[in-house]
Design a binder for this molecule. Structure first.
Ligand SMILES: [Zn+2]
Length: 523
């Protein structure tokens, strides 16, 4: 019916009276009115009917009403309108058109499951209707059913070869499929990492009054723009699919639950890319967690079972799968306003988690967001003092002072790589604290995580070699020597000399301590 080569063509249905000033939807998003036999692709720029078509097939009143509602952005009214159109539709083609259009409304309303049902029924009624396949593909994609989405969009493209909207949707789905197999566009991921983490650093410098006014802002962005909240739960989202590599949750002797590799893994291999449940300013997170708990009983149950720093809180392996834990926001129902108060107010739900429960979850399970000093060489990464987040699957990784994973947080995504070659069955260990500290300082930092005795190989070694009184005194003397050098106020060369001397002294102390320990047979 449509013939893009004809000069006198006008767009079908609502495209006839475009009003650029009042229309909230762009022309390319308008649904076609479902003219009988229409092959119009209302989502794409090629959606057209000829003038003759429209004269020959005047639109019905209910169709015009529903289309006008969609055009004005009132998707609920449009959905209702197409339900009426559907009730009066005579043949299979008309029913399919009404269903495909209602699917578009439901997509806009975030009702992806319902939209999928409409589109699937439309496709069954009119298997040659590309719009039914296209909408089906879009709904499947929003439901993260990527294999089904790819098949439906592929079918739509076969029926409408070269359609730009279908091609773009199919490309996006294939990219997500590659990400789900651990293949990311790393250049884009790292540029997001550097931009966001540098902006945080510059903001912190500005607040401390030590900012370098001449320092360039990455890509001309502001922190507020880069960290714009997506859905009231996370600061900016990276927008990639999660990935779960060869890992499983299991019980770790003396440590409660842990994460283990299920096959031999070479150093550097990606193990996980997990979405955060929440990220934000520290003080906002308990409220966001409470909001998540209200929107999903599974999440509420999971939060109750998260570590509270005691062995008793770590006995049960969660019922959610690693794939679900890697994308926890997909378990949330759409937010609803509750009688208890505004969304996000913690502790008001009668049987919900209390503010204290959620504060405890935060203390033992949150990860700080990164902060990058771009002027340091090598590049300096520290923790954002104000912002953190909660990731569910990575929260099972236990601590060791000799970590065997590398963790990188990019916006709402936490990437975990093997830091060294790992054997099947090995437990993964991350370092919760500043790694380059002596035993006594590490122990003190770890006590805030409820870890009384770390028990890792490095701690056992240091306890055996410099754990006694004289060993600790020697270590303390070296630390004081380092501090004195750093604060002597001298020239750079003088500071460097003193630091060098302290490093030499540290080596001497450790060598002597090792000799003593070997002689005593302790090591
Ligand atoms: Zn340790």
């Amino acid at each position: 019916m449509s013939n893009p080569a004809r000069k006198s063509e006008v767009p079908c249905g609502p495209h006839q009276e475009p009003d650029a000033k009042t229309s909230q939807r762009t022309e390319s998003e308008l649904p076609c009115e479902g003219l009988k036999g229409c092959r119009c692709f209302a989502d794409s720029a090629v959606a057209v009917h000829t003038e003759a078509d429209i004269i020959a097939l005047p639109r019905s009143r209910p169709v015009a009403k529903a289309a006008a509602a969609f055009k004005s952005g009132d998707f609920e009214a449009a959905e209702q309108g197409y339900t009426e159109v559907l009730a009066g539709a005579g043949d299979a083609d008309a029913r399919a058109a009404a269903l495909a259009n209602r699917a578009q409304c439901r997509l806009r309303l975030g009702l992806f499951e319902e939209g999928r049902e409409d589109a699937a029924t439309a496709r069954a009624l009119a298997p040659e209707n590309p719009k039914a396949w296209y909408r089906l593909g879009l709904c499947e994609a929003r439901l993260a059913r990527l294999t089904e989405a790819e098949a439906a969009l592929g079918q739509a493209l076969e029926l409408r070869p070269g359609d730009p909207a279908v091609s773009a949707a199919l490309t996006a789905v294939r990219r997500r499929q590659a990400e789900g197999r651990g293949r990311y566009a790393w250049e884009e991921v790292w540029s997001q990492y550097l931009i966001s983490a540098q902006l945080v650093y510059q903001q912190a410098q500005k607040e401390a009054g030590t900012g370098d006014a001449a320092a360039p802002t990455p890509a001309g962005q502001s922190l507020a723009a880069a960290m714009d909240e997506v859905d009231g739960l996370v600061l900016a989202s990276l927008g990639v699919e999660p990935y779960v590599g060869p890992v499983r949750i299991g019980l770790s002797e003396g440590r409660g639950r842990g994460l283990f590799v299920t096959e031999d893994v070479p150093a550097g291999r990606l193990l996980l890319c997990c979405h955060a449940l929440v990220t934000g300013m520290h003080q906002d997170l308990p409220g966001r967690l409470a909001s998540c708990a209200r929107r999903s009983p599974e999440i509420e149950e999971f939060l109750r079972g998260m570590s509270q720093g005691t062995a008793e809180s770590e006995t049960e392996v969660p019922s959610l799968s690693p794939a679900q834990l890697a994308a926890p926001r997909r378990l949330l129902r759409p937010p609803v306003s509750t009688v208890e108060g505004p969304e996000g107010s913690a502790g008001s739900h009668e049987e919900g988690l209390s503010s204290e429960d959620l504060e405890t979850v935060m203390v033992f399970n949150q990860f700080s967001l990164p902060m990058v000093n771009p002027n340091a060489a090598p590049i300096e990464v520290t923790n954002d003092p104000g912002r953190s987040g909660v990731w569910l699957l990575p929260s099972f990784v236990n601590h060791a002072c000799l970590p065997n994973v590398q963790r990188t947080i990019v916006l709402d995504c936490l990437f975990l790589r093997a830091g060294r070659d790992l054997k099947a069955g090995d437990e993964l260990f991350d370092c919760y604290i500043e790694t380059l500290q002596p035993l006594a300082r590490r122990s003190s930092s770890l006590s805030t995580y409820g870890i009384k005795s770390c028990g890792c190989d490095r701690c056992l070694f240091e306890e055996a070699v410099v754990g006694d009184e004289s060993g600790q005194a020697d270590v303390q003397a070296v630390l004081e020597q380092v501090a004195a050098g750093a604060t002597c106020g001298g020239e750079q060369a003088e500071i460097a000399d003193k630091t060098e001397a302290a490093a030499t002294q540290a080596e001497v102390v450790m060598a002597q301590a090792l000799d003593r320990a070997l002689a005593a047979g302790a090591a």
